[in-house]
Design a protein around this ligand. Structure first.
Ligand code: NDP
Length: 261
């Protein structure tokens, strides 16, 4: 009975960008499922606060690791594994979103987004995979976006990064299928976090529309006409990590109220 209630007991999960937003919600659900969890990000105070808030649910540690820094990833993942055991679950959630018309998408914006949202996931996966191979068990879940499944105007760099992340997911899923280590992506639509708050600020500043009008524009793409909640994304990630989800690999699951079918 206890094992059923905590199906991820004994597993160490790393959630990048786990100090807030979708990542913090994922950390919470994985802890509830019994995993020991490392949350990473760039802000030590934020990670400490999040870890303190989650501590009553299980074993959780915060570690400062910038996903654009290959050396920090190597050292940080090794230290995390030293503390809580080999990494069995990796959730590549850290990401940034910046919108701009293509003509104003310069190389620096392009590089920022690709380096964080795509290369970051590549480097973190490289650091975590040897431990999973040793365990003979692993789960990689990449937090992509509906922008990884379709084109969005004014988001060429973000769409390119998230499409790339889905390509990485599919290729690695095939490569690791026999291990068995599963690799999947979740693709949220607009989700109620700081990213959407910033998007709403940008729309109101640039168009003069009210916040309610800007919000109505964002949720118009979701047939349920609402923002997705971080906990909904977290529940899908946790389900992909369950032992019984072993046959699900290489998938890109939209969590978007029917926006994409
Ligand atoms: P938030 O802005 O709330 O959180 C982003 C997280 O990413 C923070 O924890 C941040 O940590 C971390 N992060 C950003 N850059 C880096 C970096 N260089 N190194 C380490 N950590 C970094 O956004 P969300 O929770 O909404 O976003 C989480 C993921 O979900 C992203 O990949 C995003 O693209 C994706 N997504 C979000 C959607 C939405 O509408 N909200 C929709 C679809 C996908 P810190 O700043 O503390 O370092």
């Amino acid at each position: 009975m206890a094992a059923e209630a905590k199906p991820l007991a004994g597993r160490h999960a790393v959630v990048t960008g786990g100090g807030r937003g979708i990542g913090a919600a994922i950390a919470e659900v994985l802890l509830r499922q019994g995993a020991a969890v490392t949350i990473t990000g760039r802000d030590a105070a934020r990670l400490d606060a999040a870890a303190t808030q989650l501590a009553s649910l299980g074993t959780v540690q915060g570690r400062v690791i910038d996903v654009t820094d290959a050396t920090a990833i190597e050292a940080g993942f090794a230290a995390a594994a030293q503390a809580l055991g080999p990494i069995a679950i990796l959730v590549n959630n850290a990401g940034i979103a910046k919108a701009a018309p293509f003509a104003r998408t310069d190389l620096s914006l392009w590089d920022d987004i690709l380096r964080t949202d795509l290369t970051g996931a590549f480097l973190c996966t490289k650091a975590a995979l040897p431990g999973m191979l040793e365990l003979g068990w692993g789960r990689v879940v990449n937090v992509a976006s509906t922008a990884g499944l379709t084109g969005l105007a004014y988001c060429s760099a973000y769409c390119a990064a998230k499409h790339g992340l889905i390509g990485l997911t599919r290729a690695l899923a095939r490569e690791l299928a026999a291990k068995p280590i599963t690799v999947n992506a979740v693709c949220p639509g607009y989700t109620e976090t700081d990213i959407v708050e910033t998007t709403l600020d940008t729309i109101t500043a640039k168009t003069g529309r009210s916040r309610d009008e800007a919000l109505a524009e964002l949720v118009a793409s979701n047939p349920q006409k609402r923002l997705i909640q971080p906990s909904e994304v977290a529940d899908t990630v946790a389900w992909l990590c369950l032992p019984g989800s072993v046959s699900i690999t290489g998938q890109s699951i939209a969590i978007a109220g029917g926006e994409l079918m």
